[in-house]
Design a protein around this ligand. Structure first.
Ligand code: PMP
Length: 429
């Protein structure tokens, strides 16, 4: 595979952008090698600047659930841009967007549009703190909620210790307010709330973890979190930036039947444009400025072009049977990968929730972050490169979920499996 132009671009980029990229995982640091530079994308495929085609299971990290460059989304954007790119004043599409989100996700009685998932989560915890008058927040190890200071924190040693920053630049005093729990551990959550539930403003969770490979919740785990939060007067925040509109039309909260107080969204609701949102109970959202005192704002929030793209995407995913069809595709891919790994004698476990999946180089089902990081990431890295060389692009890290789109047809899935049969043999240590 010729990658000359990508190599040259990466060289130029490294002198100008930190690590050569505008978001870390794109640099292939975890898997090694040089990232390819994308010229264009269409349906299930990316095409790089050297003319190589890749079947894409990253989907821009989630938004492209209907495939790349979908004509309905593109045309909506083309129509919108004729009227101008940004108004900084209310526009009709924002109202339609709010109506659409609140209809599809009934726990959101009101929403506020922002420009990224990061903005959504950090605004949601500010609201949780403002509404409860409490300072502490709880998150789970292995969950990612964007790069807000309060989230770049890991557990200190011991059950109830203050959080430790995972990045320089995060003040210790702020990290102290973030408590971290192991995901899928009922008892640890109970214990923490028993010890300091009255200080906790909110608990934020990826209801299906997509940032530590793919970890579904254990049966009843999300209900347990709901009960703890209710009992202790803390707000339950579902970070559905990844799961929203993907694991079901109504997101993970619909799939598992648990109602959070606040939810955060991103990715799909922007159709590929920079969009996020947070929403929830009316009494809580009514405390956001200018209706209430909790400040939050944005020059480009509710941008008309971004709203047009998102609305077109949300229209597409409401087609009857859309999510069932995606789930069937995910199952066909994952079953096929497990069979191919089995033939090659490579231990592989796949985990799927709707149109999200994870590949674990392990014999066992993986429920916890500790198990996820114990899997053979060197084997994943070899498999990643063997697949890339055959024109299949998986997330460039053993700790990211894969995403299926409606543009991945049987033929593309079969091509993926043909590549995988060879790649597993090659990746075998
Ligand atoms: N929350 C979750 C669950 C995410 O997966 C991400 C990004 N992958 C974010 C928040 C942050 O979103 P963004 O990158 O748009 O800031």
């Amino acid at each position: 595979m010729n990658t000359e132009r990508s190599q040259a671009l990466f060289e130029r980029a490294q002198a100008l952008l930190p690590g050569g990229v505008n978001s870390p995982v794109r640099a292939f640091k975890s898997v090694g090698g040089t990232p390819f530079f994308v010229q264009r994308a269409d349906g299930p495929c990316l095409f790089d600047v050297d003319g190589n085609r890749y079947i894409d299971y990253v989907g821009s990290w989630g938004p492209m659930i209907a495939g790349h460059n979908h004509p309905a989304v593109r045309e909506a954007v083309e129509r919108a841009i004729r009227d101008g790119l940004s108004f900084g004043a209310p526009c009709p599409a924002e109202v339609t967007m709010a109506e659409t989100i609140t209809t599809l996700v009934p726990s959101c009685e009101m929403v506020r549009m922002v420009n990224s998932g990061t903005e959504a989560t950090l605004s949601a915890i500010r609201l949780a703190r403002g509404a409860t008058g409490r300072a502490r927040i709880v998150k789970f190890e292995g969950c990612y909620h964007g790069h807000g200071d309060s989230f770049l924190v890991k557990a200190g040693s011991g059950a109830l210790t203050f959080g430790v920053p995972t990045s320089p630049g995060v003040p210790k005093a702020l990290a102290d307010l973030t408590l971290t729990l192991p995901y899928n551990d009922f008892d640890a959550a109970t214990k923490l709330f028993d010890e300091c539930g009255g200080d906790i403003a909110g608990l934020i969770v990826e209801p299906v973890v997509g940032n530590a490979n793919c970890l579904p919740p254990r049966e009843g785990f999300l209900h347990h979190l709901r009960e703890l939060c209710t009992r202790h007067g803390a707000l339950l925040i579902f970070d559905e930036v990844m799961t929203g509109f993907r694991v079901a039309l109504g997101g993970a909260q619909a799939r598992y039947g648990v109602t959070p107080d606040l939810s955060t969204f991103g990715k799909i609701i922007g159709g590929g444009m920079p969009v996020g949102a947070y929403g929830g109970r009316r009494d809580l959202m009514s405390q956001v400025a200018p209706a209430g005192p909790v400040y939050q704002a944005g020059t480009l929030s509710g941008n008309p072009v971004a709203m047009a793209a998102g609305l077109a995407m949300l229209e597409l995913i409401q087609a009857p049977g859309f999510h069932d069809a995606l789930e069937a595709k995910t199952n066909a891919l994952c079953d096929g990968l497990e069979a191919a790994a089995g033939e090659a004698g490579v231990p592989l476990t796949t985990q799927r929730v709707g149109a999200m999946f994870g590949l674990f180089f392990s014999d066992e089902k993986v429920d916890t972050y500790a198990q996820a990081i114990a899997c053979d990431s060197a084997a994943f890295n070899r498999f990643f490169h063997a697949m890339l060389a055959r024109g299949v692009y998986l997330a460039p890290s053993a700790f990211e979920a894969g995403f299926m789109s409606s543009a991945h047809d049987d033929a593309v899935i079969e091509q993926t499996l043909v590549a995988a049969r060879e790649a597993f043999r090659e990746a075998k240590a």
